[in-house]
Ligand binder design. Sequence first.
Ligand SMILES: Cc1cc2nc3c(=O)[nH]c(=O)nc-3n(C[C@H](O)[C@H](O)[C@H](O)COP(=O)(O)OP(=O)(O)OC[C@H]3O[C@@H](n4cnc5c(N)ncnc54)[C@H](O)[C@@H]3O)c2cc1C
Ligand code: SF4
Length: 481
Amino acid sequence: MGKATGFLEYKRKGAKYVEPQDRLNNFDEFVIPLDEKEQQIQAARCMDCGIPFCLSGVMYGNSVSGCPNGNLIPEWNELIYQGNYKEAWERLCKTNPLPEMTSRVCPAPCEGACTNGIDGEPVTIHYNERLISDKAFANGWVREDGEPILETGKKVAIVGSGPAGLSAAWRLNKLGHKVTVYERNDTVGGLLMYGIPNMKLDKDVVAQRVNIMKDLGIKFILNCNVGKDISYDQLNAQYDAILLTGGSTVPRDLNIPGRDLSGVKFAVDFLTDTTKTLLKDGPKSLKETMKGMNVIVIGGGDTGNDCVGTSLRRGAHVEQFEIMPEAPENRAYDNPWPTFPRTKKTDYGQQEAIYLQGKDPRTYEINTLKFNGEDGKVVSVDTVKIKWKKNTEGRFIPVPIEGTEKTYKADLVLLCMGFTGPEQNTLDEFNITVPREGYSTINEKVFVAGDMRRGQSLVIWAIYEGRSAAEEIDAYLMKNI
Ligand SMILES: Cc1cc2nc3c(=O)[nH]c(=O)nc-3n(C[C@H](O)[C@H](O)[C@H](O)COP(=O)(O)OP(=O)(O)OC[C@H]3O[C@@H](n4cnc5c(N)ncnc54)[C@H](O)[C@@H]3O)c2cc1C
Ligand code: SF4
């Protein structure tokens, strides 16, 4: 619970960010955690509210309230306050095998459901988790959590090395099974590696976990596209169970005139190229590589924000389009505690654009009508402002506002409109459909988890799905022993 009166005595204090003028010069992580003593005071704000919604992970409609992974938050808040970090770590890794990732990138639905937030400010759960995770790595406690407890002689293949695959691999290995992870990319990590930019999650953080996993006996086979380089039949012959965690990788497209012009790209391709160059040639090789370019980011979500921050670091001028209305500053009447707050967030990329360009890069309620080109290359984008109105069937539809047509200069357009689902050819290779309930499929040896199963989501959902699927696979493998 922290300290009984902590929530009355102490104000919330979050981590600091490196100032935009400094962080724009590099691709380094920009969050500066509080020092240990200050973070302990923040943990003391946990009031032991009795029914902690912060760890409930309940779905209200299609959004989650509380930690999807059921992290034992009040317990570790108390242990941080006591300075008992080892036990705090043991509690944390009971549910979360990758807290160094979530404590950097999770949007913290737990905090939206913190009881302190009903009439005040929530506990800094996200940064408390970071302190425990930092302590565990600094003290060498991480490996022991993954030590196998027995050897079953069973072999499991995991297809895809994103957070779902890594979480499942950690748990299955601990349960005594021999795990091999197949990844078609040149590096382990899925969107943790190629997707989420280095400023939010340093790639050394991913590598440090992967090295421990290798040391624990988990095997990684890279540059291997399952379905092309190795078939289902080959995997089936070698393994007792197969888990597919290939992600929700088909991006939502914008099929308007000019879509085939060069310079109109999907966000993940752009972010992946940037990270690959950064890792191969260092930050200097990216500096001013987009100087003088006008970038249009279509999509106002987190991926769009990552594209804004990345483009600015490479020297471009950025505009960001969002078709939905601007979110309110405070919770709306239909978005009460403990639902995830759908309030306006000005994220790091937008803050940087405000610093560099003098205004928020976002334009709301704007529709993109056409990409214009010259010599096969995009040069501008036609837009119109819209209003959302109900049609005769009672559905909201975007209606153009006459006279608001505008053309924006564009040398690069980044499409950040989400993902529609997994790749059909992988499912075809295994002759399965995506399970709606649980992780098993019509082929009893084949399981599915992560974004591949639930659709585009969050790192913490992928972690939860990976470890839950691991339990289901373990039950399947052990039932005849
Ligand atoms: C740009 C971006 C930023 C994001 N930022 C955040 C954030 O800040 N916080 C957050 O919580 N969530 C964020 N997300 C969402 C989060 O990254 C995903 O929900 C999460 O990574 C899903 O994990 P996964 O393991 O299911 O799939 P993925 O991370 O997509 O991993 C799937 C892996 O499977 C591999 N694969 C696919 N098919 C095959 C095959 N046939 N053979 C071999 N390998 C294969 C892929 O190469 C990939 O490495 C972001 C997403 C994007 C796109
Ligand atoms: S994983 Fe996310 S939701 Fe869960 S406790 Fe950590 S920050 Fe909160």
